[in-house]
Write a protein that binds this ligand. Structure first.
Ligand SMILES: Nc1nc2c(c(=O)[nH]1)N[C@H]1C(S)=C(S)[C@@H](COP(=O)(O)OP(=O)(O)OC[C@H]3O[C@@H](n4cnc5c(=O)[nH]c(N)nc54)[C@H](O)[C@@H]3O)O[C@H]1N2
Ligand SMILES: Nc1nc2c(c(=O)[nH]1)N[C@H]1C(S)=C(S)[C@@H](COP(=O)(O)OP(=O)(O)OC[C@H]3O[C@@H](n4cnc5c(=O)[nH]c(N)nc54)[C@H](O)[C@@H]3O)O[C@H]1N2
Ligand code: SF4
Ligand SMILES: [Mo]
Length: 679
């Protein structure tokens, strides 16, 4: 089908899901009189095949929500109390340019910090015109580390870059190991492939700290202590070597450093591993035997397991496994942590890093926003938030909010809704939804690049990130030709990389005509024939040391809190949507024994606390979590009525072992009954 077709007054448009979710589904969007009335899956897409998640089927509610911001707003009350008045875009641009010029003259552009992530994954709107603008401004740089920085570092050490197997091949796998990934909630179509593989005789293994939806669906579930996955991977390698389940000819040809690894894993006997991971010796033997004797095997490496202080060590260790048994290159064999490395955009043309003329610029780690905002030695005077909701998603919220409350900080937030971050803004700008924009999307899981054409006109006075930064550049007096570009020009710039074999055959025209194009992977450009490390070999001489778990459990708080995503929201997106809220519970899951000694029963209000803060919610007592571990899911917006605030008041802003990654789950707390609210 071409971009759109009509059914009487209704029109069906092809679109793409813009959210930070691996599946990047192709959508069908129904409009009537210029309004979105229905969103479904596009049955023609080769991977997503018409199946989409429930939350995105509820997108019409989100786009048409009466609470969407439709006009620019200026703060009239105190920071933190949500009092704004409507202003015009001209006034907003005037205020921003005056403030920026003033800050630059007094403190330099280094005092201006962009703060963004992937609320919208389109390249033009998440890493396109915005990057050009801040580069030209010479602003401070942001290390975008909040999601997968540690894991990427670990995987890249072993494999060179974020390049794994084609998930379409996983129907051929015979053993599927889902390692720290809540697939049923976070990567729906991998479940579809795994179910097909299961029909062909594959076994599905889940390794997780929580008996979650995915664990309940698996054939085998291994419930591991948080942060001990590097130890388990070494224990498996130890047994693979001991039992001769290694593929030496594969390793000779495609890897380096095996001898060093062999030395390293010597001490990881089943006894040691059992002690550190909480798995029984039998479980360790069973898992290792399955991995060592079944072929082809596929490991889906999740994001959750790298939100720990040893996140890089963990992914480095796990990503070595397929090389040791020679899985790469077999149909359905290998691993996939993320596949974002294949879409090799021409970032020089797209983002214009050459425009950044400020060699003195600091790089601020987004996981330490609070610290950066409170650092008077190297002050931040303006913060520009877009595609992101730092007052919910960033760790150590007490510090973040203290920083955001600074009277002398000029904060701009561009979003579709009055998020908790807007509460601290001087200027709030209305953002279009992606249905109102032109952009392209890659997936960080499947291999199709897709074009998204607008299906409706911008609502109210909303502007896309692209339009905002292009117009702001003009108001700042930036006359570089690149600020004249259209979205289409920018997409063409991004695609223009003759060096990349993966982009071969991928043009704007083919995207427009077909809606999507598969990245061009063939035998010679896939692992193991093409390995992206400097030496061209899979690296088994490990760089990051395991054993950080001991450091974690020395905390003076006895329970470890894992606060991951939930099923119905994407990070803090959708958490303000009533129909989806109704399907989730802001509860904390606690083991019966931990509950008993604290007199906690299901449904009781509890306070979860540590040295950083306190958060109140209801308890649910369950054996789905082990002792000493508590779990809560979903990034819920602040709810003053129910006295509930972001879970990230409890999470540390300590960085991981490498990559400056977030350590949300390296979080130690205690829980007590809280009686001050009506039951
Ligand atoms: N429905 C939904 N889908 C989403 C998102 C969402 O918020 N909601 N967010 C999107 C984003 S941005 C991302 S990054 C991905 C994340 O999705 P996933 O890759 O699935 O990562 P998480 O859900 O953070 O964590 C996965 C699992 O890791 C487990 N875990 C935590 N610590 C450990 C550990 O030490 N060892 C082991 N083995 N397991 C551990 C958790 O219990 C959890 O079940 O999902 C994307 N998709
Ligand atoms: N405790 C805990 N904290 C976590 C996590 C966790 O598992 N536990 N997960 C972490 C992870 S993996 C991630 S990726 C981060 C995600 O953190 P964020 O990237 O902040 O994700 P969201 O909360 O979805 O916020 C995205 C915002 O962008 C807005 N938006 C959407 N489209 C557009 C657009 O086109 N333009 C503009 N200007 N705005 C737009 C949305 O309305 C939304 O408010 O959270 C991290 N925080
Ligand atoms: S959130 Fe994920 S599963 Fe849902 S429609 Fe978007 S890409 Fe597909
Ligand atoms: Mo993420």
């Amino acid at each position: 089908m071409k971009g759109a077709f009509s059914l009487s007054r209704k029109t069906i448009h092809r679109s793409v899901c813009p959210l930070d979710c691996p599946d990047t589904c192709s959508l069908h969007v129904e409009t009537e009189n210029g309004k979105i009335t229905n969103v479904t899956g596009n049955p023609d897409h080769p991977v997503t095949k018409g199946l989409i998640c429930h939350k995105v089927r509820k997108m019409p509610e989100r786009v048409n929500d009466p609470e969407r911001i439709l006009y620019p707003l200026k703060r009239v009350g105190s920071k933190g109390d949500f009092s704004f008045q409507r202003i015009t875009w001209d006034e907003a641009y005037r205020e921003m340019t005056q403030r920026f010029h003033h800050i630059i003259s007094q403190f330099g552009a280094n005092a201006i910090l962009p703060y963004s992530f992937f609320g919208n994954m389109g390249i033009v709107n998440s890493e396109g015109m915005d990057r050009r603008f801040f580069n030209r401004l010479g602003s401070r740089k942001l290390a975008r580390t909040i999601c997968n920085a540690a894991g990427a570092e670990g995987y890249h050490w072993t494999m060179g870059k974020s390049a794994g197997i084609d998930p379409e091949d996983t129907v051929h796998s015979k053993l599927i190991v889902i390692w720290g990934c809540n697939l049923i909630s976070t990567n729906l179509h991998q479940v579809v492939y795994a179910n097909k593989a299961r029909k062909n005789g594959a076994k599905i293994v889940v390794i997780d700290v929580h008996r979650n939806r995915t664990a309940k669906w698996a054939d085998h579930f291994f419930q591991i202590k948080p942060g001990s996955d590097d130890v388990l991977a070494y224990g498996i390698i130890h047994l693979l070597i001991e039992n001769g389940w290694t593929d030496t000819s594969f390793m000779d040809r495609y890897t380096e450093g095996f001898e060093a690894l062999q030395q390293r894993v010597k001490e990881y006997t089943p006894e040691v591993v059992s002690e550190k991971t909480g798995l029984t010796i039998d479980e360790i033997l069973k898992l290792s035997k399955m991995y060592g004797t079944i072929s082809p095997t596929f490991i889906r490496i999740g994001n959750g397991l790298q939100h720990h202080v040893n996140g890089a060590a963990v992914t480095q260790a796990i990503s070595s496994l397929p090389a040791i048994t020679g899985q790469w290159g077999k149909l359905g064999g290998g691993a996939l942590k993320g596949n974002s490395g294949y879409a090799e955009w021409n970032t020089e043309k797209l983002q214009r890093p050459d425009l950044h003329q400020n060699p003195e610029a600091t790089t601020t780690n987004m996981n330490q926003l609070g610290r950066a905002l409170l650092d008077d030695q190297n002050p931040i005077k303006a913060l520009f938030v877009y595609n992101c909701n730092p007052a919910q998603v960033a760790p150590n919220q007490n510090l973040v909010r203290k920083g955001l409350l600074r009277e002398d900080l000029f904060t701009v937030v561009h979003d579709l809704f009055l998020t908790d971050s807007c509460r601290y803004a001087d200027i709030v700008l209305p953002a279009t939804s992606h249905f109102e924009n032109l952009d392209i999307y890659k997936s960080y899981w499947h291999l199709y690049v897709q074009l998204n054409e607008p299906t409706i006109e911008p609502m109210g006075e909303c502007k896309s990130n692209f339009t905002l930064f292009k117009e702001l550049a003009a108001h700042m007096g930036f006359d570089d030709a690149c600020f004249q570009d259209t979205e289409e020009d920018m997409i063409r710039d991004g695609l223009d990389n003759p060096e990349s074999p993966y982009l071969d055959g991928l043009t704007y025209e083919t995207l427009r005509d077909q809606g999507w194009v598969k990245l061009n992977l063939n035998k010679s450009t896939s692992v193991p024939e093409k390995i992206h490390t400097p030496s061209g070999k899979i690296r088994l001489d490990h760089r990051f040391a395991p054993g950080e778990r001991e450091a974690q459990v020395n905390s003076r708080f006895p329970l470890q809190l894992i606060s991951g995503p939930n099923h119905q929201f994407i990070n803090s997106t959708f958490s303000n949507q009533k129909s989806l809220q109704a399907l989730e519970k802001p509860v904390v899951y606690i083991h019966p024994e931990d509950a008993r000694i604290r007199n906690i029963e299901s449904g009781k209000m509890v306070e979860v606390f540590n040295e950083l803060g306190r958060v109140r919610m209801r308890a649910e007592v369950t054996e789905d979590v082990k002792e000493s571990l508590i779990i809560t899911q979903g990034l819920w917006w602040d709810d003053e009525e129910n006295d509930r605030y972001s879970i990230n008041h409890l999470t540390p802003d300590v960085l991981s072992d490498a990559g400056g990654g977030a350590t949300f789950f390296n979080c130690f707390v205690d829980v007590k009954i809280y009686n001050n609210l009506p039951e």
